[in-house]
Design a protein around this ligand. Structure first.
Ligand code: NAD
Ligand code: MG
Length: 291
């Protein structure tokens, strides 16, 4: 195998400004993110597993969903209804692996929907043993005076309450050996001033992950989280950053470029698989060398 320099593997800034209305579509990004569509190679590490992935249409969740299917898992995909065009691309890729791709679109800021989602996923897959919480809301606002209560509430509901509702509904259904993987951020410990509400939710996810891990290991369930740094996804140009920051996105990492969603896929696979059997309550960074 030819060794390649990781610094030069993927596009570097500057990137074009490219505003989209949240949640946005990955298919309209320039350059297109690499979610592993052609690059991720599976090795049967999740053969026969049954996974629910939120935010599975685009970005990090899409990369996890594609990788899970290539590793042999059936996948339920959750996303917002307006993201259907992105989601259908993922469905095609999963079905091309001969795995099930079941779409359950809906808004996870609703408690009722979260409970339905878990119940329906469990029925549709004939069981559930991987719960991968990737969906998230990020809206950049420079001044605390300009953060509306509606935004603060929606960010909390989507990033924290949904995690609580989904995990609460899932735990009684999960067999020993099942795994929960959450998605926090470097923002949990190194918050940006313009991401006050978002960073607060990511710190909550960190504590939630560690506490739940201690609670459910008695049932044989492991819980871990991934903490990404700057990753090239539609979250950023659709309001997660200013367009000026999008142009230079990832420049501050020691690589001088953002990470691509596919570069996180192996970690989501490892944490889902039995290979990480002694790992729980851990937070794994993929931050681009910024710690
Ligand atoms: P993304 O926009 O591709 O994915 C986010 C997904 O969240 C959307 O696709 C959407 O389906 C889902 N979502 C948002 N609100 C929802 C709602 N109310 N109901 C249902 N689904 C909803 O962007 P991404 O960067 O892949 O984000 C995935 C996760 O990674 C998020 O939790 C984000 O906080 C985290 N993260 C991203 C970065 C980064 O730089 N991109 C860095 C650290 C953490
Ligand atoms: Mg999306």
């Amino acid at each position: 195998m030819t060794l390649r320099n990781p610094v030069d593997l993927f596009p570097k800034p500057p990137f074009p400004k490219q505003p989209q209305q949240a949640p946005g579509l990955a298919r309209e990004m320039i350059p297109k993110p690499d979610h592993g569509e052609t690059s991720y190679v599976g090795h049967g590490r999740l053969q026969g597993r049954k996974a629910l992935v939120t935010g599975a249409d685009s970005g990090i969740g899409r990369a996890a969903a594609i990788a899970y299917a290539r590793e042999g898992a059936d996948v339920v995909l959750n996303y917002l209804p307006e993201e259907e065009p992105d989601a259908q691309e993922v469905v095609k890729l999963i079905e091309a692996e001969g795995r099930k791709a079941i779409c359950i679109p809906g808004d996870i800021s609703s408690e009722a929907f979260c409970r339905e989602l878990v119940g329906q996923a469990h029925v549709a897959l004939g069981g559930l043993d991987i719960v991968t919480n990737v969906a998230g809301k990020q809206v950049s606002v420079d001044d605390i005076a300009d953060i509306s209560s509606e935004q603060f509430d929606a960010t909390m509901k989507t990033n924290v309450y949904a995690l609580f509702w989904i995990c609460q509904a899932a735990v009684p259904l999960l067999p020993p050996g099942a795994t929960i993987i959450n998605t926090t951020s470097i923002q949990a410990t190194k918050p940006s001033e313009s991401l006050l509400d978002y960073a607060t939710t990511k710190a909550a996810i960190l504590a939630f992950t560690k506490a739940l891990a201690k609670q459910v290991i008695s049932k044989g369930i492991r819980v871990n989280a991934v903490a990404p740094g700057p990753i090239w996804t539609v979250l950023q140009p659709s309001g997660g950053q200013s367009q000026e920051k999008v142009e230079h996105f990832g420049e501050q990492s020691v690589f001088g470029r953002p990470g691509q969603p596919v570069e996180l896929a192996p970690l989501y696979v490892l944490l889902a698989s039995e290979e990480s059997s002694y790992v729980t309550g851990e937070i794994y960074g993929i931050t681009g060398g910024t710690g």
